[in-house]
Design a binder for this molecule. Structure first.
Ligand code: KIV
Ligand code: ZN
Length: 505
């Protein structure tokens, strides 16, 4: 059976999603999880676009040794030189050059002729090959390009040394059959195509990214690019977990395989959602909260009799935790440790102790502590690690007659306690005002949302916020059984990220 190379671009195209922002440690954490998931290639960033991206790629290249670590670069010799500096420490580095190919891009954006683009493509590929024997070339906007010209480019860049040639549907415009024809044409019309891996990269503007990717794979592409949870520019990229599970579940149709450990899918999805702050819609295939839940009586009856009546995949194969087991007030360290292991966590002693204390506090307030509560606790524990200001306590008065008022105490740098109070239009506004008086960093709140982690009146509430400062977005999350406290934690989380980024320069 042929193997499809899984190229993950969550840290590059995924992070390009509006409102997406990950710090260096978060990128490293995702890269480590992608390694556990078994992806073949991690596109770790676009180093020439920011010093933060450069540093993140350098660190991932040093620490994550199994997959190929790839960097994206413009088709420009200086950009290639700089990109190489970031990735050269990788065990298996790759340079990925992108250059537009469609007449629309050439005319309006690049103001260059087809001949000039062809020449730039070959020159930059040959330059990258001086550094690295793994070079990918992407003909951006390929699906809106004259196919004959695409084939001409592919042939030329392979001759210049490209080892992977990527055919992107950059604006998510193609239909599956049309895209399949374009890819199949490469095998028929590019004489040296056998010397390179043919890759595809599809966007989801018309909801076709996964369908187009699978059609292209059916027609011979052997590398597929995508992201976890399908995050990415505009409507996002092809969702890798959907592609992988389609290949696995319909092996009789594709007769192909991947190197993915599918039991790591759910955990990877949760981590990416948690760190990027992009929630997963409940009905999302494979990783949505409802993906394996049955509601109608007829379906439940069928599943009880034989799961395959209404389940085409076993939830265990994608690592979805079974929620049948709950912990409570009387559960001890050992039971908590075992449950964590079953959920796929291996925490440091410090993180374990922090999570266990939080678990005990929660169990005092809530009768049943479910897997989802535990995931939320672990995530909450990680969020409090690098704090410049720590939320010590808050007190709020509100109601339909009184003026919402909040008193806040923070522990600031050098461990000094700082306290202040403020009025607001509501309790959350009052808390944020009081925190602003203490921290004093101008910012604008651009997004605020609350959701409950589990069902029931005693559920943990998770708050997600985004703030903007000097054109950069920072995400913050907080969880608590009290949503005002969760809101305060989320705000502190975003502010601490902002302050750390400013400190790092
Ligand atoms: O969408 C696109 O064309 C890209 C390229 C860099 C592959 O992201
Ligand atoms: Zn893209």
């Amino acid at each position: 059976m042929d193997r499809v190379i899984i190229f993950d671009t969550t840290l590059r195209d995924g992070e390009q999603a509006a409102g997406g922002s990950l710090n260096i440690q978060e990128k490293l954490e995702i890269a480590r999880q992608l390694e556990k998931l078994g992806v073949d290639v991690i596109e770790a960033g676009f180093p020439v676009t920011s010093p933060g991206d450069f540093e993140a790629v350098r660190l991932i290249a040093k620490e994550v040794r199994t997959p190929v670590i790839c960097v994206l670069t413009h088709a420009n010799l200086d950009a290639i030189d700089r990109s190489w500096e970031s990735v050269k420490g990788a065990k298996r580095p790759r340079i990925h050059i992108v250059l537009s190919s469609s007449d629309i891009h050439l005319f309006y954006q690049l103001k260059k002729s087809r001949e000039e683009i062809l020449e730039m493509s070959c020159k930059t590929v040959a330059h990258a090959r001086k550094y690295c024997n793994d070079v990918e070339f992407s003909a951006m906007d390929a699906s809106r390009t004259d196919p004959e010209y695409i084939y001409q480019i592919l042939q030329a860049v392979i001759d210049a040394g490209a080892t992977t040639v990527n055919i992107p549907d950059t604006v998510g415009y193609a239909m599956p059959d049309e895209f399949g024809n374009l890819v199949e044409g490469a095998f028929k019309k590019v004489p040296n195509i056998g010397k390179a891996t043919v890759s595809i990269h599809c966007h989801n503007d018309l909801g076709m990214a996964v369908a187009n990717s699978l059609e292209a794979i059916k027609r011979g592409a052997r590398q597929v690019e995508g992201t976890i949870n399908g995050i990415g520019e505009r409507a996002g990229n092809a969702s890798l977990e959907e592609i992988v599970m389609a290949i696995k579940t319909r092996q009789n149709f594709f007769n192909l395989t991947t190197g993915i450990d599918t039991r790591q899918i759910y955990k990877t999805s949760r981590l990416v959602s948690e760190l990027t702050g992009f929630p997963v819609q409940p009905n999302k295939a494979i990783v949505g909260a409802n993906a394996f839940r049955h509601s109608s009586g007829l379906h439940i009856d069928g599943v009880i009799k034989a799961a395959q009546t209404f389940e085409i995949m076993d939830p265990k194969t994608v690592g979805v935790p079974s929620s049948s087991l709950v912990l409570g007030k009387t559960s001890g360290r050992h039971a908590f440790q075992e449950r964590l292991a079953e959920l796929g966590y291996s925490l440091s002693d410090e993180d374990f102790n922090r999570s266990f204390t939080a678990f005990k506090e929660l169990a005092d307030k809530k009768q049943d502590v479910t897997d989802k509560d535990i995931e939320s606790l672990v995530a909450e524990g990680k969020r409090t690690v690098s704090e410049i200001y720590h939320l010590d306590r808050i007190q709020v008065t509100c109601g339909d007659r009184g003026i919402p008022t909040a008193a806040v105490r923070l522990i600031g740098p050098d461990n000094q306690a700082l306290a202040d109070a403020a009025l607001g239009t509501g309790p959350v506004d009052a808390v944020y005002e009081a925190i602003n008086r203490l921290v004093g960093v101008p910012n604008v709140l651009t997004e605020f949302s609350v959701k409950s982690v589990t069902e029931g009146i005693d559920a943990i509430g998770e708050v997600l916020i985004r703030i903007e400062s000097e054109g950069v977005t920072y995400t913050g999350r907080g969880a608590d059984t009290d949503i005002i406290v969760a809101s305060a934690k989320a705000y502190m989380n975003a502010l601490n990220r902002l302050l750390s980024a400013k400190k790092a320069g």
